[in-house]
Every structure is written in structure tokens, then in C-alpha cells.
Design a binder for this molecule. Structure first.
Ligand SMILES: Cc1cc2nc3c(=O)[nH]c(=O)nc-3n(C[C@H](O)[C@H](O)[C@H](O)COP(=O)(O)OP(=O)(O)OC[C@H]3O[C@@H](n4cnc5c(N)ncnc54)[C@H](O)[C@@H]3O)c2cc1C
Length: 390
């Protein structure tokens, strides 16, 4: 540790924390970023799918080495044996997060961030004389480091927010358990993201198969709203579906974790503190994707931190605008997607099958064809959706 005091201390070196680190260091602030794991990005707890190259460009130069596949479409296997296929060009990317996460952390280091691995935050103090003090265990020694602003970028397992008194705990139905199996195969559609969803599969979640073209393997996974005790666990469920969908496939690695699917924490700023990414539940509640929104939140957090230094105001009241910025940028979409998710889940089997029948026409033939073929159905479901409360 070079100093005992920094402008900004970031806990966590996932994609969200690294964007804050890089962006604030580039503005000239002194930044310490700490990561409890010895190797950034490992082990991977992610399906590794994200948005387009155009979006990724906002976070720095793209490193082709971190990209596995350019996604050219989506396939959804839905209720009632229906398959909905959309062939599209460059709708997203498959990443290699073992390379992706370290790359963005390294961009920060190049901008001047002091980055420590195997360094675990164990506490964040109350504000004293305009600073928070973070306790860090690094090389078997406890260090006390002061910072004007502390950023909780410590992922879904966040404790930083709790240490400053924020309520981060969320129970079902706003938390998802997910398992990820790396399979030694590539689907016959090697550039499509493939999903299975609906009562026939995993109703309150989905199964996915995401191709990693360069590595010639597949991220196969399953996730559902964390069930009550006694329900089958997600590992068993994922394995059963793997055997049905890709019989005889070999599992090379197993990963997993939890995904916040609440659409956003109610409150994730405090005096001299803000949270980003999974720690703030910035994940998309329909897809569970959190890489892009976490990084986007990282940019918004950096802008607010800069404004705080310029105005000398580090109060919760001032930093709160950052929550509003997140809401305007992606949060309102997430809230809408939460409602769509809950609506689809609430449909009885027959109605869900009909919903996907309409969606198939809409996706494959266009909205006019859907309106012509299912005018009453669309009107009925639109009304039901409008009256539906999450
Ligand atoms: C099975 C699964 C599949 C997923 N699939 C996708 C997908 O396909 N696409 C997608 O966009 N998202 C996916 N997600 C979600 C995605 O992985 C997260 O949204 C994303 O990693 C969030 O980034 P982050 O920077 O907020 O947090 P993280 O990437 O979790 O980074 C937080 C970091 O903080 C560190 N940390 C925690 N506590 C401390 C501490 N006390 N001190 C120091 N360091 C600490 C952690 O070690 C970690 O490295 C998936 C998640 C799971 C579990």
C-alpha cells in the first residue's frame, strides 16, 4: 500500500468497479481499488453474454482478445413446443471474462489506479472529519485506509453497503440461483444465444446455451427464483436439462452463483458512499445480465463522484442524483422488464402458450402480421398486462 489516504477507494474489481476506477483515475483523482480474489475475474460466475460492440466502446478501447463470439441471433424454445427464431446481425457478444475483467482493471492501472489483489475489505467506518475509513486485510495485516468516497463494487455478496447501514438483503422472489456448466460442444447454431423458457421448462427462470466460438465450448446454464427449502436444487435441475438437451455432453467446469433480480435496490448511496453493479442490484431482472448495466452505472457513478469533488459536497442528498441517473439510463427499462417477467410467470399454462404463439408471429413476421392474425388476443393481453401489478 503506497498511501493511507486516497480520494476514492473502490471495493471490488469486477467490471462495474473497474469502470469507476478507470474513469475517476483518468480525471486525476487518487484511486485505490482492492479485490479479495488473487486473480481478477476467476472463477467465472457468468454466462458471459453481453450487449453490442457499440455499447462496449463507451468503456474504453475494445480488446478483441476478450471476445469469443459475435452473436447473430436468438432462439427461444417456449411453452407448447414452440420455437421462436430471430436471425439478427451483431446483437451482442460472448465474452471471455477470464480476460475481460482483468483487461478493464488493467485499463484503470494504466490511468493511475493503485490496484491490489488478495486484499479484502472487512469494514467501512462511519464518516469522520469528511472521510470514511476502510479496514483492509492484505498480506495477513490489517490496514486502515481513509478515503473521501468509498465505492461498494463488491458484487452480489456485497457487505460494503451493509457496513454503511444500507438495506441490501433481498429474499425470493427477488433473488435468483443460477448454475453454469461449461460443455465440450458447440450447438448447431454456433452464433445464436439459445433459451428455454416457460411452464414446460423452468417457469420461474430459464435455461440457456451460449456458444463460445473461439474456445469451441458452450456455457450451458439454468437459473430460477431461489426456491423455498425442500424444492429441487438448481444444480440437479440444470444437469437434468443438460442430459435432455445435449445427451452425453461432458461437463468441463461448474460455476454458479446468485443474481439479484429486483430491478434495483431502493437505496444505494449514503454520505461519502455509493454502490455500483450487482451490489446495487443493477442486473436486468428478466435476463439476469448485469455486465453492461453495471459498467454503465460505473460511468454514471464516476461522473457524480467528480461532481462531488468539484462542489465539495459528499452528502447522501447530493450523491442521490446518481440513483436517479441510473433509473433514467437503464433502471426504468429494468422495472418494465420486471413487470413483463412477473406477468409471463403469472400466466396459466394455456395462456402462456398462447402468449408465445403471438410472440412468435410478432418476432418472425412483424407487428402487422401479429396484429392481423391475433387482434383480439393482443388487445386482451395488453389489457391484462396494463392491469397487472408486480
Ligand atoms: C451463473 C451466472 C450467470 C450469469 N450470466 C450473465 C450473462 O450471461 N451476462 C451478464 O451480463 N451477466 C450475467 N451474470 C451476472 C454478472 O455476472 C454480474 O452482473 C456481473 O459480474 C456484475 O459485475 P460487478 O462488477 O457488479 O460484480 P462482480 O463481477 O461480482 O465483481 C465484484 C468483485 O468484488 C469482489 N469483492 C467482494 N467482496 C469484496 C471485499 N470484501 N473486498 C474486496 N473485494 C471484494 C469480488 O471478489 C468480485 O471480484 C450472471 C451471473 C451468474 C451468477
Amino acid at each position: 500500500l503506497k498511501n493511507t489516504e486516497y480520494d476514492i477507494l473502490i471495493i471490488g474489481a469486477g467490471p462495474a468497479g473497474s469502470v469507476v476506477a478507470q474513469s475517476t483515475a483518468a480525471l486525476g483523482y487518487s484511486v485505490l481499488q482492492i479485490e479479495k480474489r488473487p486473480v481478477i475475474g476467476a472463477p467465472v460466475r457468468c454466462g458471459e453474454a453481453t450487449g453490442t460492440r457499440d455499447r462496449l466502446k463507451d468503456f474504453g478501447p475494445i480488446n478483441e482478445d476478450t471476445i469469443e463470439t459475435d452473436i447473430q441471433g436468438l432462439i427461444l424454445h417456449a411453452n407448447g413446443g414452440q420455437t421462436i427464431r430471430a436471425d439478427l446481425s451483431n446483437v451482442g457478444l460472448m465474452l471471455d471474462r477470464l480476460k475481460f475483467d482483468p483487461y478493464y482493471a488493467e485499463l484503470g492501472v494504466k490511468a493511475g489506479v493503485e490496484l491490489l489483489t488478495s486484499a479484502r475489505a472487512t469494514d467501512v467506518s462511519a464518516v469522520q472529519n469528511g472521510f470514511r475509513t476502510v479496514s483492509i486485510v492484505y498480506q495477513d495485516t490489517e490496514h486502515k485506509i481513509r478515503a473521501r468516497i468509498v465505492v461498494g463494487a463488491d458484487g452480489v455478496e456485497t457487505l460494503a453497503s451493509r457496513w454503511v447501514g444500507l438495506k441490501t438483503r433481498q429474499l425470493p422472489p427477488f433473488i435468483c440461483s443460477a448454475i453454469e456448466l461449461k460443455l465440450n460442444l458447440v450447438d448447431k447454431d454456433p452464433e445464436h444465444l439459445i433459451f428455454w423458457h416457460g411452464h414446460d421448462y423452468i417457469n420461474d427462470g430459464y435455461i440457456w446455451s451460449f456458444p463460445k466460438k473461439k474456445s469451441q465450448c458452450t456455457n450451458f446454464g439454468a437459473g430460477f427464483i431461489t426456491p423455498k427449502l425442500g424444492a429441487p436444487n438448481i444444480r440437479e435441475v440444470a444437469d437434468q436439462w443438460r442430459e435432455k438437451i445435449y445427451p452425453g455432453s461432458v461437463v468441463e467446469e461448474v460455476g454458479g452463483g446468485v443474481v439479484p433480480v429486483s430491478a434495483m435496490l431502493e437505496e444505494y448511496v449514503s454520505d461519502h458512499f455509493l454502490a455500483v453493479g450487482d451490489a446495487a442490484h443493477h442486473t436486468n431482472p428478466m435476463t439476469g445480465g448485469g455486465i453492461a448495466s453495471g459498467m454503465r452505472a460505473g460511468l454514471l457513478a464516476a461522473a457524480k463522484i467528480d461532481a462531488a469533488f468539484k462542489s465539495g459536497d459528499f452528502s447522501k442528498g447530493f450523491l442521490k442524483q446518481y440513483q436517479q441517473d441510473c433509473l433514467n439510463t437503464f433502471g426504468n427499462n429494468h422495472l418494465r422488464e420486471l413487470k413483463i417477467r412477473q406477468f409471463i410467470l403469472s400466466l396459466p399454462n394455456k395462456d402462456q402458450t398462447y402468449f408465445y404463439k403471438m410472440l412468435k408471429v410478432f418476432v418472425e413476421k412483424g407487428k402487422f402480421a401479429a396484429a392481423l392474425r391475433h387482434p383480439l388476443g393482443i388487445a386482451q393481453y395488453a389489457l391484462r398486462y396494463r392491469n397487472f401489478k408486480v
